[in-house]
Design a protein around this ligand. Structure first.
Ligand code: HEC
Ligand code: HEC
Length: 238
């Protein structure tokens, strides 16, 4: 390489390095990358931290679809902030607050809560309806809960290890119950999973809606189906 070509390449290199700086070499506003703990844009925070489990647009995730307006109507900012900050113990929902060992600042958690509510909460959803509350102070009766399952769920879902046949997946299978907490079961039973075609507490049209007590008993029965060693014993080999 001759001297002129060498100087030329150095010049190109310098101008490349200089992108993002003004002629004095100071960074131009907006050219520097934001520190990860300074990102407060909802879409960025949600896609980087939540969409893998809760679905890109709040639906079709493995975990609770936060984009279901009925879920938003029965929960509230406090419930959502608590779940994000502290996680849900015993489940796959991680704790995101720095105080709990996570990576998000209080501002970022606040931006997530506000973003979720702004995007997916529709104040008129469920207005005037008699909806079982998100949380209950009632005691569950598992025996009655089994009857509730027979009345409201068995037309679509199998139970235990029953063969699938024409019906849907078993929601009392040990492996499924090991992945979901009672509060999430309750929220799914009340708010439904419109993204999967699972009805809300009112059930398919023509059904009598479930009461708070029905839902509480049903969750108590489903919880009683949990096993100590989910997934065991393994199916015997032929
Ligand atoms: C590794 C998967 C995973 C990630 C990542 C994740 N979640 Fe969750 N989340 C879950 C699971 C699983 C549950 C349900 C826990 C249960 O069974 O009670 C849950 C529950 C929740 C709940 C409470 C739902 C209820 O029962 O009322 C909220 C709110 C929530 N997540 C928000 C978020 C937000 C916001 C983010 C991103 C900052 C996030 N989650 C990231 C898996 C995840
Ligand atoms: C009209 C049919 C129908 C009825 C009735 C019904 N479900 Fe579902 N449910 C579905 C469909 C469809 C899915 C999604 C596909 C699947 O999981 O097999 C589903 C999924 C679920 C899920 C899993 C959601 C997830 O996180 O993947 C749970 C839990 C559930 N139902 C519980 C119940 C309970 C409890 C009842 C009774 C109160 C009930 N379902 C009644 C159709 C129904």
């Amino acid at each position: 390489m001759n001297a002129r070509r060498f100087c030329g390449s150095i010049l190109v290199l310098c101008s490349l390095v200089a992108v993002g700086c003004d002629h004095t070499g100071k960074p131009v506003e907006g050219a520097e990358a934001l520190r990860p703990d300074k990102v407060t844009d909802f879409n960025k925070l949600y896609s980087q931290n939540c969409s893998g489990c809760h679905g890109a647009d709040g639906t079709h995730g493995a975990a609770m679809p936060l984009g279901n307006p009925e879920y938003e109507a029965i929960s509230d900012e406090g419930v959502i902030a608590d779940a994000i900050g502290n996680g849900v113990q015993g489940t796959l929902m991680p704790a995101f607050s720095q105080g709990s060992g996570g990576m998000l600042t209080d501002d970022q958690i606040n931006a997530l809560v506000m973003g979720i509510r702004e995007k997916w909460y529709k104040p008129d959803t469920l207005k005037g309806l008699d909806v079982p509350p998100y949380q209950t102070n009632k005691q569950g009766d598992a025996t009655h809960g089994q009857q509730v399952f027979a009345t409201h769920c068995a037309s679509c879902h199998t139970t235990g290890t029953q063969q699938k046949g024409a019906k849907l997946s078993s929601v009392t299978d040990g492996s499924y119950l090991a992945l979901i907490g009672d509060q999430s079961l309750r929220a799914i039973i009340i708010a439904g999973r419109p993204d999967l075609g699972h009805p809300d507490w009112r059930g398919p049209s023509g059904n009598t809606p479930m009461s708070d007590q029905d839902v509480t008993d049903l969750v108590a029965w489903m919880a009683s189906q949990r096993q100590k060693t989910p997934g065991q014993p393994y199916p015997s080999q032929p």
